[in-house]
Design a protein around this ligand. Structure first.
Ligand SMILES: [Zn+2]
Length: 99
């Protein structure tokens, strides 16, 4: 177990990481947001030719290995790359575990 983190994450922390990554997984480049891409007025826009995966907040150095919730250790990651580090492939165009 990694124990209690020194810093608790807030919604704002997560949003900043997601926004900086523009919703793309830092490891494979897939769009990793739950919502469909939309224009400023909310109208749906076309998907880009990239994979679409579930997004998650990751730690560059895992909490179990001593990494903490500090901004420089946080990374936006699709759930697939966050769980299966050995399967991270830049430019992946599939949908991870999403059928
Ligand atoms: Zn990924």
């Amino acid at each position: 177990m990694s124990g209690r983190p020194e810093q608790r994450l807030t919604t704002d922390n997560v949003w900043r990481v997601l926004e900086a990554a523009r919703g793309r997984c830092s490891y494979c480049g897939s769009l990793a947001v739950e919502g469909r891409p939309s224009a400023g007025n909310g109208a749906p826009t076309a998907w880009e030719q990239v994979g679409r995966r579930i997004g998650s907040l990751g730690h560059r150095l895992g909490r179990v290995n001593g990494g903490d919730n500090v901004p420089e250790n946080l990374v936006w990651s699709c759930l697939w790359c966050n769980v299966w580090m050995e399967e991270r492939t830049w430019g992946a165009s599939d949908h991870g575990a999403i059928p």
